[in-house]
Design a protein around this ligand. Structure first.
Ligand SMILES: NC(=O)c1ccc[n+]([C@@H]2O[C@H](COP(=O)([O-])OP(=O)(O)OC[C@H]3O[C@@H](n4cnc5c(N)ncnc54)[C@H](O)[C@@H]3O)[C@@H](O)[C@H]2O)c1
Length: 546
């Protein structure tokens, strides 16, 4: 029976209103200064970046297909039920006339971040399948998707098909899927994305792309061969703040760039050597599918040493706590590096470091450390001298945040408040970002920032970086370019994202090697510590998965 939903204009208003969004700079009114080209800085951030690229946030980019079926009850569908539905045409190849079409998108890892990623595309596209190995979380994800449509009064959407095993989904309905979002724990990114690529589907994969450098490189290779649109889920790359920081530094706003200091308060989940303990598997979790490529082992939970903070999200690796386990996650560095190192990677011309020095708290073969200090060494380029990007994470042995030394030009209060952040240290000033995404960078000293703003207005500092049509929405941006391939490529497509993820992951090679490593990017090898090369690739892949 068809259900009637009342339209709720407030949901639409919430999608389109920019009135309450934060300003990228403190102490200035909305839209109060402009690049010399006449483009308002704030307006371009808050409003016109959409219209600049022909995208209006007020309406979906594609009209609904006329053949769309009426809605069925979402939760009456079960995994593997045959699809006696019309799933719409397949829009695979770039260069096809795809304008005006809604994509058919499948989401692998439907709960957790996957639910957020789904919501980023659900209003403009068709979510045709949700996959999750936890039946409770899968049902919740389906329900929240249904609610999203109810809230905006959309009575036309049909229910997605629900699966526990993405391989079954591809076997049964690959022809009805255009594009796939992968938002599983890190160890499953490679295999899920490779299944999508084998079927020539566009892929958006959460950061850090994969949890081994070999997988990052191989996925990049396979995506190129498939010729599809790709995106990594590092949302900072779609934001305007990161572009401001690059334009300022490229055009001399802080003089010569000398050093970059990065930090985060992660891990906020258990790391350091942990002990596995046998435990009863929750009935709703398909543990074998969760392990996917990793060797079969009985379900386990873990003990945290009594002198460490006890876990806030239970003692199971699934969900969320897998981050601290080398097999499944990538530690604090892998979790936050693709965000916090992103602006550095862009500003340094997408270079790969030559040498990485490391200090960390104890690790084990299973677990990442509680705190880390890394120094990534970059060779000189025609733009910048040789310099070091340092990384600090976690809580130090003294229980205090493990942060880098503050540049004296950054006010103490601003520095203390920043639980994650970036300092781009130049001879004439510091670009300071008080969070992980480079969304709201500022320059210190303040007088220098005042001058830089005048230089932007006067035309001395120019806008050189292309803006994203969908800031803070990497999945929406990716779908937008699939439909409009003539307009460009996603901000963090794999040509950009794979080397960024490699830059980040090199830190984990150093952490696991427990000594400084030298990296030959061409050969894809550590040159000074042969033993470190065993961490470049996953030890083994269970049969049936790749
Ligand atoms: N961009 C961001 O800001 C951001 C934020 C959080 C997480 N993430 C990334 O998103 C991904 C997921 O993180 P999370 O915090 O949601 O983890 P999570 O463990 O909370 O959720 C992952 C979901 O995937 C499901 N899953 C696990 N294995 C699966 C498989 N083989 N097939 C289908 N579903 C499977 C789980 O049951 C769970 O519902 C990670 O890669 C993480 O790094 C990104």
């Amino acid at each position: 029976m068809r259900e009637r939903w009342a339209a709720r204009p407030s949901a639409q208003d919430a999608r389109t209103s920019t009135a309450n969004l934060p300003l990228p700079f403190p102490n200035c009114a909305r839209g109060d200064f402009r690049y010399s080209s006449g483009e308002a800085l704030h307006a371009s951030f808050l409003q016109s970046s959409h219209s600049l690229h022909g995208y209006s946030p007020n309406k979906p980019i594609h009209p609904m297909p006329s053949s769309h079926l009426s809605r069925r009850r979402f939760l009456t569908q079960t995994a593997g039920v045959a699809a006696a539905t019309v799933l719409g045409p397949n829009l695979l190849l770039r260069g096809q006339n795809t304008a005006g079409r809604r994509l058919n998108i499948a989401v692998i890892g439907a709960s957790g971040k996957g639910a957020v990623d789904t919501s980023k595309v659900a209003l403009d596209h068709n979510i045709v399948a949700l996959v999750d190995v936890d039946s409770t979380r899968l049902a919740t994800a389906a329900k929240s998707l249904e609610k999203k449509y109810v809230d905006i009064g959309d009575t036309t959407q049909q229910a997605p098909r629900l699966y526990a095993d993405f391989r079954k989904m591809f076997d049964e309905m690959a022809n009805g899927i255009d594009a796939v979002i992968v938002s599983t724990p890190d160890h499953t990114h490679y295999v899920a994305a490779m299944w999508a690529l084998k079927h020539k589907k566009h892929v958006a994969v959460q950061k850090p792309l994969c949890n081994s450098i070999w997988e990052i490189r191989d996925l990049h290779r396979a995506a190129k061969e498939a010729g599809v649109m790709t995106q990594m889920g590092n949302q900072g790359r779609t934001m305007e703040g990161q572009r401001f920081a690059k334009e300022w530094i490229d055009q001399g706003a802080i003089g010569t760039l000398q050093e970059i200091r990065l930090w985060t308060n992660r891990p906020i989940w258990p790391q350091g050597p942990l002990t596995k303990v046998a435990a009863e598997k929750p009935a709703n979790l398909d543990w074998d599918l969760w392990l996917s490529v990793e060797p079969t082992e009985p379900y386990f939970e873990f003990e945290v040493p009594s002198n460490q903070p006890q876990p806030k999200r239970g003692k199971s690796v699934a969900p969320f706590n897998w981050r601290g386990w080398w097999q499944f996650g990538s530690g604090a560095l892998g979790d936050m590096g693709c965000h916090i190192m992103d602006a550095s990677f862009s500003i340094l011309g997408q270079a790969i470091p030559e040498k990485i020095e490391v200090e960390s708290s104890p690790i084990s073969d299973l677990n990442a450390p509680v705190w880390t200090r890394l120094r990534y060494h970059f060779a000189a380029t025609d733009k910048h001298p040789a310099l070091v990007v340092s990384w600090h994470d976690g809580l130090g042995d003294d229980g205090k945040p493990n942060k880098p030394e503050r540049d004296p030009r950054v006010p103490q209060e601003a520095f203390d408040k920043a639980t994650s952040g970036m300092m781009f240290i130049g001879t004439d000033g510091v670009v300071f970002e008080p969070d992980a995404y480079c969304e709201h960078p500022v320059i210190f000293p303040e007088e220098r920032f005042t001058d830089v703003k005048k230089e932007m207005v006067g035309g001395k500092i120019k806008q050189t970086e292309k803006r994203s049509p969908m800031p803070d929405n990497p999945q929406g941006e990716w779908a937008h370019y699939i439909v409009h391939p003539d307009k460009g490529v996603p901000s963090s497509n794999f040509d950009y994202a794979a080397p960024l993820a490699e830059f980040v992951s090199l830190g984990n090679l150093a952490i696991r090697s427990k000594e400084a490593i030298q990296w030959d990017a061409k050969a894809g090898k550590v040159t000074n510590v042969e033993a470190a090369n065993r961490f470049v690739k996953r030890a083994s892949y269970r049969s049936g998965w790749i």
